[in-house]
Design a protein around this ligand. Structure first.
Ligand SMILES: [Zn+2]
Length: 182
């Protein structure tokens, strides 16, 4: 896309997120990346972002707005097989689908549960950006945090304990659960 389109696009973000800053430096930086793609495609990504109940309240990150998009110059040349993620509704290339789906489903679960059980908002995009080690640590923290909630039913408590202590026997886990629920 052309520079004026980048500016138009950034202004579009600003109209939804007042905290989003548009200045010359940022336009230059964003244009470096956005110039590779068609305005139409990026606009569609932004629409998806705005509609999302999970991350729509956060300012979209450039990385997400262009992720999985086919650059203008490659259009028609490479044929990517695209599948729609049933969770976030994004178009994902076949080759990356499994990896995306795994992370997307864990991340959405964290976002949903933190809201439901603790009324905390978690940034879905941040979770998607983490490297695997970082995410694994965060996921463990999430599991531990879930056990603090007294709203959590026994069924989910059992599943979480199983995830946290995969090598413990069922009996040991049952004993630990008794300890937790008093
Ligand atoms: Zn997804």
């Amino acid at each position: 896309m052309e520079k004026r389109e980048t500016i138009e696009f950034m202004n579009r973000i600003k109209s939804h997120y007042q905290e989003f800053i548009v200045d010359d430096f940022k336009i230059k930086e964003w244009h470096k990346e956005l110039s590779k793609f068609d305005l139409e495609d990026v606009n569609q990504k932004l629409d998806e972002h705005l509609k999302s109940s999970e991350y729509g309240e956060y300012i979209p990150k450039l990385f997400f707005l262009t992720k999985y998009l086919i650059p203008s110059k490659d259009k028609g040349k490479i044929k990517k097989y695209i599948a729609k993620c049933q969770l976030c509704n994004c178009d994902i290339p076949d080759s990356e689908y499994d990896e995306h789906y795994r992370r997307c489903s864990s991340a959405s679960t964290i976002v949903r549960d933190m809201k439901l059980y603790f009324n905390l908002t978690v940034d879905y995009q941040q979770l998607m950006l983490m490297n695997p080690i970082e995410f694994e640590k965060t996921y463990q923290r999430y599991l531990n945090k879930m056990l603090e909630s007294d709203k959590l039913d026994m069924f989910r408590r059992k599943i979480i304990m199983r995830c946290l202590y995969p090598n413990q026997s069922t009996e040991t886990l049952a004993d630990m659960l008794k300890g937790i629920s008093k």
